[in-house]
Design a protein around this ligand. Sequence first.
Ligand code: DAT
Ligand code: MG
Length: 151
Amino acid sequence: MSNNERTYIMVKPDGVQRGLVGAIIARFEQKGYYLRALKLITPTRELLEEHYKDLNDRPFFQALITYMLSGPVVGMVWEGKGVVATGRLLLGATNPLQSNPGTIRGDFCIITGRNICHGSDSVVNAEKEISLWFGKELAEWTHHSHNWIYE
Ligand code: DAT
Ligand code: MG
């Protein structure tokens, strides 16, 4: 497993409106992952329909797009060993009533349609989402604690 695996994490409009951006960033930062990109974005319908295209035949798709268009989102790229799967563990289950306490969704929200954050579900999808939302604008830097986080 590569130390350079990357994932796309996004604070959804409810997370931004509720002032949870910092709390969500903190979970990834404290874990030891590298922040490679971060921006506040007002997404277009077209961008969101592409991002969620695998769900476009689901009954909740239009409600999901309307919700995601309701305000700015914060997109981020986080990097590190196992970050795709571990990122989803940090977010918690899709349905916040089933998310464990201690996870972001477990601690901060209640319903699936307002679950405050997104995380890529595979390495392949992460790379697609990163290029969709950021293109190649990723920062390369070395964490001052790198050798205290990795052997
Ligand atoms: P996740 O965001 O955990 O990867 P997903 O990719 O299956 O979950 O779905 C994307 C988003 O769509 C999810 O965060 C919230 C919404 N969603 C999923 N299932 C839903 C449902 N049954 N009812 C309403 N919204 C749903
Ligand atoms: Mg998903």
